[in-house]
Every structure is written in C-alpha cells, then in structure tokens.
Write a protein that binds this ligand. Structure first.
Ligand SMILES: C[S@@+](CC[C@H](N)C(=O)[O-])C[C@H]1O[C@@H](n2cnc3c(N)ncnc32)[C@H](O)[C@@H]1O
Length: 267
C-alpha cells in the first residue's frame, strides 16, 4: 500500500515513460549532458553542500532516491561511500545488462525497486539522502520529501532538486504541450523527442544539454525526459524549504541549480 492514493493510470504511465527512456538512452556516454567523471563533481562542495568534501564520504551510507539508470551510484562508491539506489522502475537493467551486472557485483552498491513515497528502509538509516529530479514525478512531492527526510540520521543531510516553477507564460505553453505529448504512445514520443532535439538551442534544458554541443541522441534524451512522464510538478525554493522545516531539518543550503536544496538533521 502506498502512503498517498496514487492516480494509478498517470503513475503507471510515468514509470513506463522512464523505463522507455532508460532502455532507449541509458547506453549513451552522456546522460543529462554529463559523463560519469563530471557527475562526481556534483557530489561535494558548492554543488551539494559546503560541509561535504570528497573525504566526507568515507564510511558513509548514501541513498540515491530515484536513481534512474544508476548514473550516480558508481560515483558515490568511488568516493568511498556505501550506496543504495532506489527507483520505482528497473532503470539499470534496462539501460545496460553490463551496468546492472557491475552494480550487482560491487558489495558496496545495492539497487532496490520501490517508491520514494514508501521507501523500504528504517528511519535514520542514511548519512545522506540524495534525490535529483525525482519527487516532482510522484503524485505528492511534499509527501515524498517527508518520507525521505525520515531516512536521514541525526547529523546527516537531505539533498533534493525539483523542477522549478517557471513564469506564467512558460508554464502555460509547456502545460498545454505536455497535455498532448504525455498521451502519445511510446513510439510517437520517441520520434517527437528526436524531431524536437534541435529546439534545445533555443529552449535551455536544466542540464545545459544543447544541440550542437551534445549529440542528437543526447538532446533527444532530455526532450524525452520533459515531454513523456505524465506526472511532473514544479516548485519554488521557498516551498522546498517549508517541506524541510516541517520535517525538522535545518540549515538550508541554496545550491547553484534552481530549487536544489540541501538541508541537515540536527545532530
Ligand atoms: C528524471 S529521472 C532522474 C533519475 C536520476 N535521479 C538522475 O539524476 O539521473 C526520474 C526518476 O525518478 C523515478 N521515479 C519516479 N517516481 C518514483 C517513485 N515514486 N519512487 C521512486 N522513483 C521514482 C523514475 O523511475 C526515474 O528513474
């Protein structure tokens, strides 16, 4: 049973949209514009927390909540952490059997299929809960945030990035477009994502993936990510901080990426 009543059709189609994304694009060298080495740079310092440097990770337990095809799991491991990847879909397996095998064979990495709304872990189990671009794809982002916050140990941190609320015009245009694209069958979405890939020149993607500097397929991946999942909500920095305060977290660090917030559980 899930904590929140899920709109079953939209939630199911959201999982399917992501599974299609990892199956189609999971083998690309760069996902969301980044190679594995560049991803590691997101995991400390100004990009994550001023209290977290690479040495911080040694012996720590990390949860990558909504890990997708698992792009960050090996990066956390390389920093010396034990890491658990949680996702509602079968991302790593669909992206690449070789990646899934590599993750399985590393005793410091575990992949668990389940929902961030009802994470199958005991309270206070992790030093860092990291959730990048996930909870706005659930029926209730605030409930997902609260569920993840409960997993953070005293003295530990929760990093969450959600899609930012845009201006009224952009919200209206994208809302209308997505009302159509999220109802298309998988093959049509894939074709449309390829056709629209050059638009990333004019419409900046959050990852900075841009036609001309990234391959056609890399641009199609970020377009697919935007147009396919039916569940997608947008939030403000203040909203994320309010969720954190309600969850008893403190010391909110506003990160360079809009609506990226790291907050700490008092020791
Ligand atoms: C935009 S992708 C981000 C993946 C990964 N965090 C990354 O940065 O590459 C969103 C991911 O959230 C997962 N997701 C959506 N709803 C979820 C839920 N209720 N519980 C766990 N994962 C979920 C999807 O399956 C998808 O892999």
């Amino acid at each position: 049973m899930l904590l929140q009543p899920e709109p079953p059709a939209a939630a199911k189609r959201t999982v399917e949209a992501f599974e299609r994304q990892w199956r189609s694009y999971g083998g690309l060298k760069r996902i969301f514009g980044k190679e594995p080495r560049a991803m590691a740079a997101n995991l400390h310092g100004a990009r994550l927390s001023k209290h977290i440097d690479p040495a911080w990770y040694r012996g720590k337990r990390v949860l990558d909540a909504g890990c997708g095809h698992g792009r960050y799991l090996q990066a956390f491991r390389a920093l010396g952490a034990e890491v658990v990847g949680l996702d509602i879909g079968r991302g790593p397996e669909l992206a690449s059997p070789a990646l899934a095998r590599a993750l399985r064979e590393d005793p410091g990495i575990a992949f668990v299929q389940g929902s961030v709304l009802e994470p199958p872990f005991r309270e206070s189990a992790f030093d860092l809960v990291f959730s990048d671009g996930v909870i706005h794809h659930t029926p209730d982002a605030a409930a997902a945030y609260a569920a993840l916050a409960r997993l953070v140990k005293p003295g530990g941190a929760l990093y969450v990035w959600v899609y930012p609320q845009e201006g009224a015009l952009r919200e209206a245009v994208f809302g209308l477009a997505r009302a159509l694209t999220t109802r298309l069958p998988g093959i049509a979405v894939r074709t449309l994502a390829f056709a629209l890939a050059p638009l990333t020149i004019a419409v900046r993607s959050y990852s900075g993936t841009q036609f001309g500097r990234a391959t056609w397929a890399e641009c199609a991946q970020v377009v697919h990510d935007w147009i396919a999942p039916p569940l997608q909500t947008h939030h403000s920095y203040d909203e994320v901080c309010a969720w954190g305060e309600r969850a008893g977290l403190t010391e909110f660090e506003r990160l360079p990426i809009a609506t990226g917030v790291t907050a700490w559980r008092p020791a």
